[in-house]
Design a protein around this ligand. Sequence first.
Ligand code: GDP
Ligand code: MG
Length: 193
Amino acid sequence: PVSTPKSEGKAMSDDEGTGEDYLFKIVIIGDSAVGKSNLLSRYARNEFSPHSKATIGVEFQTQTMEINGKEVKAQIWDTAGQERFRAVTSAYYRGAAGALIVYDISRRTTFDSVGRWLDELKTHSDTTVARILVGNKCDLETIRDVSVEEGKSLAEAEGLFFMETSALDSTNVNKAFELVIREIYNNVSRKVL
Ligand code: GDP
Ligand code: MG
């Protein structure tokens, strides 16, 4: 159940005058196997898959949330494996109003890649994009390879929101997506007013 974006990352009013409708594009980026697809399936369908699915092509899911009595739709895009070949296309980023940059707290190399993903995001999107750094797999405390403090300080240095999540046990998954959606909404309503 997917729809074509009515506008890319911009607020739009419906013509019935019944209130405003918002549709925002959000992208999820980060190294392969950090849990991007599972974060999205946990958020959109409350599902988790223990096995990596070899997905082909870009996929997105649309989620609706209510903010200030307004219906806000987030169209959330998943790289669906493109990142394995370092071939995330500019079309993927086009029109994005928000981004989740994901690493795996049990695999330091994925944290080391965050800078590269941020550069790529900057190249392909405008500066107002709402960004959150997500340290996923926080259920794997026993094999943690990146401390909470390291995540926090990188986020602070880069001006990003930060949260550790687990797509496996659902920790902070909804919170992370909702934080980005609210921030985009706030950015847009500031512009409109
Ligand atoms: P993607 O390549 O970034 O889309 O990663 P996937 O969502 O396909 O997940 C890669 C692997 O990590 C899969 O085996 C998932 O089951 C596992 N995984 C994803 N999220 C979590 C998590 O929060 N905790 C744990 N323990 N495993 C996870
Ligand atoms: Mg995936």
